[in-house]
Design a protein around this ligand. Structure first.
Ligand SMILES: Cc1ncc(C[n+]2csc(CCOP(=O)(O)OP(=O)(O)O)c2C)c(N)n1
Ligand SMILES: [Mg+2]
Length: 349
């Protein structure tokens, strides 16, 4: 019987033991991963506060609990590589280097936001960082990511550029893998050997629908086999385990060997969106996953192995909090878009 069929009653039994491969990782890398995850978590917690104070409008989907996936993959990318996200996009953008103040300002609908205040929470975009969005419709980003990967190959083959292939990473959820674009794009990515990595963040739920109830074959990584690309499952609560599989997938993509599908097993610690009372998931299930908080686990590991002292960790926490407070001040003091310019960015000039 498929191991994911029982996931809601025994959520943790199949997961790999965390932190068994860390000894070879330098302390400064561990600290930078810790900092990135903490920045994501604090950013999202602040979003919740600001949303309930009426500073943001529309739906806001937070990423709490899933930080090891964003950090584990994106922190290995180069500046010129591409990232394509979903509506749960703030933290992916921040990991890719978009400054939190431009993301916060976007959430406040301000002119200084990374999408000029016209996009909001689900449409974070940054051309400068090759961050492709931010998509409200599920699966919508997958063909876009394929296009980014295709142009990288095209430039090399047609213009004979000597630069390395850029890698495109496309994140989406377990529920989205029931959507047609997923299958079409897996097929095409293999046919064209595209430098793309599909990262499924399997947080076990699609709004209020449990993963094992909505799909005929819950092992998502195994679906890769049908199309002929590598499919790997990884513990998405362990940033170093994610980093390890991402390293292999990135070098495969960059070398021109083609795509990889990564299924990261994770969990969102909050409701589907800030409007969701989150009453469908059991307390027992939530508590079991909270015990595996990727940020707390990495911190414990760093402390227990004396890889940094508490002062270093405290300083990171203080600096992260300050960055988030600065982001809020920036967003609050930024101007609203001019209503006369409502249509300004609809067409390229
Ligand atoms: C094409 C389309 N159909 C339906 C929806 C409504 N919808 C919004 S979120 C969601 C569930 C997606 O779940 P998953 O892919 O697991 O992502 P998660 O929210 O867990 O990150 C659905 C069906 C949508 N946004 N787009
Ligand atoms: Mg999901």
């Amino acid at each position: 019987m498929c191991k994911k069929k029982n996931i809601t009653s025994t959520p943790l039994t199949f997961l790999s033991k965390t932190f068994d491969n860390k000894n070879s990782i330098a302390a400064d890398i561990l600290l930078s991963l810790y900092e990135d995850m903490l920045l994501g978590r604090n950013f999202e917690d602040m979003c919740a506060q600001m949303y309930y104070r009426g500073k943001m409008f529309g739906f806001v989907h937070l990423y709490n609990g899933q930080e090891a996936v964003s950090t584990g993959v994106i922190k290995l990318l180069r500046h010129e590589d591409y990232v394509c996200s979903t509506y749960r996009d703030h933290v992916h953008a921040i990991s890719k280097g978009v400054h939190p103040k431009y993301v916060m300002s976007e959430l406040f609908g301000k002119e200084t936001g990374c999408s000029k205040g016209r996009g909001g929470s689900m449409h974070i975009f940054s051309r400068e960082h090759n961050f492709l969005g931010g998509f409200a419709f599920i699966g919508e980003g997958i063909p876009v990511a394929l296009g980014a990967a295709f142009q990288s190959v095209y430039r090399k083959q047609i213009f004979h550029t000597s630069v390395d292939l850029n890698v495109t990473v496309c994140f989406f959820g377990d529920g989205t893998t029931n959507n047609g674009q997923f299958f079409e794009c897996l097929n095409m990515s293999v046919l064209w050997k595209l430098p793309v990595i599909f990262v499924v963040e399997n947080n076990q739920w699609a709004i209020g629908m449990a993963h094992h109830r909505s799909t005929s074959s819950p092992e998502i990584y195994e679906k890769a086999k049908v199309f002929g690309l590598p499919g790997v499952e990884v513990d998405g609560m362990d940033v170093l385990a994610v980093r390890k599989v991402a390293e292999v997938a990135i070098s495969r993509a960059r070398s021109g060997a083609g795509p990889t599908l990564i299924e990261a097993l994770t969990y969102r610690f909050r409701g589907h969106s800030l409007a969701d009372p989150d009453e469908l998931r059991s307390r027992k299930e939530k508590d079991a996953w909270l015990m595996r908080d990727p940020i707390k686990n990495l911190k414990n590991y760093i402390v227990q192995n004396s890889l940094a002292n508490l002062d270093d960790l405290n300083n990171i926490e203080i600096n992260v909090k300050k960055d988030i407070e600065d982001a809020v001040s920036f967003a609050l003091s930024s101007p609203e878009p001019d209503v006369q310019e409502l249509k300004k960015y609809l067409l390229t000039e």
